[in-house]
Design a protein around this ligand. Structure first.
Ligand code: NAD
Length: 478
């Protein structure tokens, strides 16, 4: 279904995110028939460029992300005709009058802040000064949203001076993933899972977001952030919320976000022994973390694992193990809900112990898998074996149905539709920082360095111990 005509301004329209995600995503939505009519997309950035130059930039970006784009030449030309470019300085006066002139007041207007976070406040201020911050306006704010509770509060305060909460779309692209939304469908659209979704039946939950790459060219930023701030406080926390939340009464933005907020508020402080930090070493010609960020004494973590507890009726006694890191064995993200053992085995010791595990896979391929125990086929007696009931979308629904939008495309369309369900509310972000700040303060007080781990491993051994001491083990990263 096409969205209403809109004007979208991408501040930072020539940046890496615009090139890799935003512009190709918009093109895909255009091809899907979701964007049509009198739509204007304006790249706004500091670099000198004209509209034709920007269309060339966008064409290149789209071709690089989608090899088949060349075969959709007519579509591509129509899409490019929607693009414009204005040289704008977020910190100065350049370009603002032109931007105000070309942005139309009779339609939805969205301003995507795809620039460094220090520019978020100045952009909000200038939109206001130039009459662009009225009720029709929506702003989309990229991560990182602050670096602790204090800075996040300050940013919320600055944005709230000119925008109502209903106009602010804080992006966490993990929430835009098809499977993450499917998680809600699985939980609240079926009778099968919800009765078991509590500490009586769930032994523990594991959330892993493993990356194979290192910090790459983002070393400067990353070394000031680390895995806790860059990934745990936002992405893993959001996943935890969706797994742990109570059923909202309705699938609307505030009902869902109220329930997520309650989860964050129910989190216990994390004990110092329940956190393991790591930093990758160099190997096989690949530089170590410290080399890569150019800081020989860096104590920033590129890996963090922790045991969290949600203290409420549903989850008391069920630990949540969370880990994320760079330069690990594979790029693999998943949530695993590990159910308890059957209370009694009628098949004897030799049948082995088996557990049901519901795995929600986010990367590299999205899908949901339920491990069930069956009899091993053949004459060998009553031996049990675990097999997956695989719900990989491509297989179940056919390749066309499974060709779902990438997270960014979906989220941008939600902005135009005015649906905030998959965006973080200001109070959620602040509560998540309050929790993360305490964890960070814990290790800063102790003053210990992150533990080294080998490139291509599963992180430091102590992270394995975090589960072993509870008689559990991480799922293999594969
Ligand atoms: P980038 O450095 O590649 O691009 C920055 C853009 O901002 C450029 O278009 C530049 O011209 C523009 N800019 C810089 N100073 C400006 C000014 N004073 N006025 C107007 N425009 C100015 O950055 P990026 O990687 O595209 O990241 C943009 C935002 O998205 C950041 O907040 C980043 O944290 C976030 N983000 C990026 C990624 C990613 O994969 N690149 C992923 C998640 C979040």
């Amino acid at each position: 279904i096409p969205v209403d005509p809109f004007d979208l301004v991408i501040f930072g329209g020539t940046g890496d995110l615009a090139r890799r995600k935003i512009l190709p995503g918009l093109f895909r939505r255009y091809c899907a028939g979701q964007i049509e009519g009198d739509v204007r997309i304006t790249g706004a950035a500091r670099g000198e460029m004209d509209t034709q130059g920007y269309r060339d930039f966008a064409a290149e970006a789209i071709m690089a992300s989608d090899q088949s784009a060349g075969t959709k030449k007519a579509h591509l030309d129509e899409f490019l005709a929607m693009l414009h470019y204005v040289v704008v300085d977020a910190m100065g006066d350049d370009g603002w009058e032109e931007l105000a002139r070309i942005t139309r007041s009779d339609r939805i207007r969205a301003f995507y802040f795809s620039v460094a976070p220090r520019l978020f406040g100045p952009l909000a201020e200038r939109l206001h000064q130039h009459g662009l911050a009225d009720g029709q306006t929506r702003i989309v704010v990229e991560k990182p949203f602050g670096r602790d509770l204090k800075t996040a509060r300050e940013l919320n305060r600055v944005l709230a001076e000119h925008f109502d909460e209903s106009q602010i779309y804080r992006i966490d692209h993990y929430l835009g993933k098809e499977t993450v939304q499917n998680l809600m469908a699985i939980r609240f659209g079926n009778m099968l899972f919800e009765p078991l979704w509590n500490s009586q039946y769930v032994d523990h939950i594991q959330i892993t977001v493993a990356e194979a790459v290192g910090v790459g060219g983002r070393g400067d930023y990353y070394d000031r952030a680390g895995a806790m701030r860059d990934m745990m406080q936002n992405h893993l926390m959001q996943l935890l919320c969706l797994i742990a939340m109570e059923p909202p009464a309705k699938f609307n933005p505030d009902s869902v976000r109220d329930e997520k907020l309650k989860v964050i508020r129910a989190l216990d402080p994390v004990a110092p022994d329940d956190v393991v930090r790591g930093q990758y070493e160099g190997s096989g010609g690949r530089p170590s973390y410290r080399n890569q960020v150019g800081n020989r004494d860096s104590t920033t973590e590129s890996f963090v694992a922790l045991r969290a507890r949600v203290s409420n009726w549903r989850w008391a006694g069920t630990p949540f193990y969370l880990r994320t890191g760079k330069r690990l064995k594979e790029r693999a993200s998943e949530i695993a809900v590990v159910f308890k053992d059957a209370p009694h085995s009628i098949f004897g010791e030799e049948a082995g112990r088996h557990r049901n595990i519901l795995t929600i896979k986010l990367q590299p391929n999205e899908g949901i898998e339920l491990g069930v125990t069956i009899k091993e086929p053949g004459p060998g007696g009553m031996r049990l074996v675990d097999v997956p009931l695989d719900m990989t979308f491509a297989e179940a629904l056919g390749p066309e149905e499974a060709d779902f939008p990438d997270a960014y495309e979906r989220l941008i369309m939600d902005v135009i539709r005015g649906n905030q369900t998959l965006f973080m509310r200001g109070d959620e972000v602040e509560e998540a920082w309050a929790w993360a700040d305490e964890v960070i303060a814990g290790w800063e007080k102790r003053g210990d360095d992150p533990l080294p781990y080998a490139t291509g491993s599963a992180g430091p051994d102590d992270a394995l111990m975090l589960m072993h001491r509870d008689g559990r083990r991480w799922r293999e990263i594969k």
